[in-house]
Design a protein around this ligand. Structure first.
Ligand code: FES
Ligand code: FE2
Length: 361
C-alpha cells in the first residue's frame, strides 16, 4: 500500500482496514476462544489478553491449573493483570487482598477478616497446547468442548500469533471456500473428497489437492480439516509422496468489533523409510523432520498470511453472489449461525434463503 504527501501531510492510499472503515461486521461468536499458547503461561505467570471488547486475566497456579478471570478486583477495581501469585493465591497489588484457587478472598492486606468478594471466574479449557476461554452471549456455561487430539512428531509445536482487522468467522469459513485455494493460495487444483459434514458444533472438510513446487513438479495432497465452533480449525495435511504429515491448528479470536487475534501452531512428522532397519529409519525420519520443520512452518505461515490482506479489508457479505466453482458457503453459514444471538442468526438465514431463491429464479 502506498502513500502520498499532500501539503506536508501523508495520506495513505489503498483499502482501509475493516475495523477502521466501519464495514458492517458480525457480532461476537459464542463459544471457546484461544487466548494463549500453553507455554506462554508458566506456573506463577499472570497474563492479560483481550477478548470481545474486554480484558481477560489468565494465570497459572503452581499446581499447573489455569484460571481465567474478569480483570477488575472486587475490592476497589484495580486491574488484576498487575497482580502476582503468592503460592496459589492471586494477590492484588492495590491493598494486597489475596484470592485462593477457588477465587474466594482469603485475606486482606490489613490482616482483617476477608470480605465475601470472590473473583469473577470464566470457564477455561487447556487443550492441544492452547488455553481457551468460554464466552456465551446468553451467559450460559460451556455445553461443548474442543477435544484433545493426537500430537504428531517428536518435536514441540511451532507457534505464531498475529493481530489484524477481521472477523473470526471469515477464518473458519476459509476452509470451505474451496475456490480460493487455487486463486489465492496457488494450489493447482482443490476439490472436496466428500460433502462437508456438520455435527452439532463441529464440521469436517475432506479435500483432495494438487500442488506444484519448483523442481519437484506436481504432487497430490490430502487435507482433512476439523472445525470446532468459530474459533478453532485442526488440519491434517498429508503428502504421501514424501511421507509427510503436517498438523496445523488455526485459532481466530474476536477481540473487538471487526478485529481479531489469530494463533497458529504446526507439527510435522515424516514416515520412516520402510527399506531401512527400524532404528536407522527412525533416526533418518527424525533428522529430516528436524531439518524441515522450520522451512515448512514458514511456508505454512506464508500460506495463512496470503489471506490476511483479504480478511483485514473485506466486509462480511451477507448476500454473497455465489457462482459455480465456489465451495459450499451456504450450508456453512447455516451451521455458523448457531454461534450468534438468535435474532441476528434469523436475519442472516432469511438473507441466505432470499439469495438462494433469487439464484434459483
Ligand atoms: S483493589 Fe484490589 S485489593 Fe484493593
Ligand atoms: Fe485461505
Amino acid at each position: 500500500m502506498g502513500s502520498t504527501r499532500t501539503r506536508g501531510r501523508t495520506i495513505s492510499e489503498g483499502p482501509t482496514p475493516a475495523d477502521v472503515a466501519g464495514a458492517p461486521g458480525l457480532p461476537y461468536p459464542s463459544g471457546w476462544s484461544a487466548l494463549a499458547f500453553s507455554d506462554e503461561l508458566k506456573p506463577g505467570a499472570v497474563l492479560t489478553r483481550p477478548l470481545m471488547g474486554e480484558d481477560v486475566v489468565l494465570y497459572r497456579l503452581r499446581t499447573g491449573d489455569v484460571r481465567a478471570i474478569r480483570p477488575y478486583c472486587p475490592h476497589l477495581g484495580a486491574h488484576l493483570g498487575l497482580a502476582e501469585l503468592d503460592g496459589n493465591d492471586l494477590v492484588c497489588p492495590f491493598h494486597l487482598f489475596a484470592f485462593g484457587p477457588d477465587g474466594s478472598c482469603v485475606r486482606t492486606g490489613y490482616g482483617t477478616p476477608p470480605p465475601k468478594a470472590p473473583l469473577a471466574r470464566l470457564p477455561v479449557h487447556e487443550v492441544n497446547g492452547a488455553v481457551f476461554v468460554w464466552r456465551h452471549e446468553d451467559g450460559r456455561q460451556p455445553d461443548w468442548e474442543i477435544p484433545g487430539w493426537h500430537a504428531i512428531g517428536h518435536r514441540p509445536a511451532r507457534q505464531a500469533a498475529w493481530e489484524m482487522a477481521g472477523n473470526a468467522q471469515e477464518v473458519i469459513e476459509n476452509s470451505v471456500d474451496i475456490g480460493h485455494f487455487a486463486t489465492l493460495h496457488g494450489w493447482v487444483e482443490a476439490g472436496l473428497g466428500a460433502p462437508v459434514a456438520y455435527r452439532d458444533k463441529e464440521f469436517h472438510v475432506s479435500m483432495r489437492v494438487r500442488e506444484s513446487a519448483p523442481v519437484i513438479g506436481e504432487f497430490d495432497v490430502t487435507v482433512e480439516v476439523d472445525g470446532y465452533g468459530l474459533s478453532c480449525l485442526h488440519a491434517d495435511i498429508h503428502t504421501a509422496r514424501f511421507g509427510l504429515t503436517m498438523c496445523t491448528m488455526i485459532m481466530p479470536t474476536a477481540i473487538a468489533p471487526n478485529r481479531m487475534q489469530l494463533r497458529q501452531s504446526n507439527r510435522i512428522a515424516l514416515a520412516e523409510p520402510s527399506r531401512l532397519p527400524r532404528p536407522l529409519a527412525r533416526a533418518v525420519s527424525r533428522t529430516a523432520a528436524r531439518l524441515l520443520e522450520r522451512p515448512l512452518f514458514r511456508s505454512s505461515c506464508d500460506f495463512t498470511a496470503a489471506d490476511f490482506p483479504i480478511w483485514s479489508h473485506k466486509q462480511y457479505e451477507q448476500r454473497p453472489r455465489l457462482a459455480q466453482g465456489d465451495g459450499p458457503i451456504g450450508p456453512f453459514r447455516r451451521w455458523a449461525r448457531q454461534f450468534y444471538p438468535q435474532d441476528v442468526a434469523d436475519r442472516e438465514l432469511s438473507r441466505i434463503e432470499q439469495q438462494r431463491n433469487v439464484s434459483a429464479n
